[in-house]
Write a protein of this length. Sequence first.
Length: 251
Amino acid sequence: MAGLPPLYAHRFGRDKGPDSSRRALRRTLAGPVDGLETDVCLTADGRVAVIHDPWLSLGTTAKGWAHETDWDVIAASFLRDRHGVRTSQQPMVLEDLWDQIPNGMPLQLEVKAHGDPALAARTAEAVCDALQERPERHGVEVISFHRIACEVAAARGEDARLVVWSDMPVEALLDWAIGHGVGGVCVEPQLLHARLVEDLRLGGLSVTSGTINELELARRVAGLGIDAITTDRPGLLRSADVTARAESLAG
């Protein structure tokens, strides 16, 4: 029985603390994890906030849109947990991550913008500006549901990955990705099947999955040969896989 591929902690590991918080990051890094994922949003004064949603009240005690709010207002707010309860954790800005995440550990920065491709593009530009101020950093990838954000990042020389939620024609996806220098896709797990992964890999794209927290579902996509799985609980999922494989060998 083959093991799971690399496991990336979704929102720094939702089981370890509020989304994209210092607490979640610290606790996740203290255990087995192969990579990290978090969302980023542009603020009114051009900062890159490490928060899940541009509509601030969904994840913080702040109000309004991130792109209409200065960073100092967001920084003074508190993160909410997955049930909407205020926590003691406060939001981070992108540069706060560099001293907390080991250089070279895969880090996916997901550009978020609600129905606003131009904002997605500006956010990607700001992310690229921040990355290019730290040229020694390796392993960072810009990902997004917005094609334009991926196009901007790739044009700036950064690794980029499109998040795919629809069963679009593979040929069109490959033509777009190759034409814009986008090197990978993150596909929602319910869409992943052997032929799709094979065609994407033959086309030169890296393939990862959207969030999976159950071992049997993770094993299904692992068997397709994908490059990584996104999960809220990398430590627990890895431990469950190791235990199950040991029991299988012993039995």
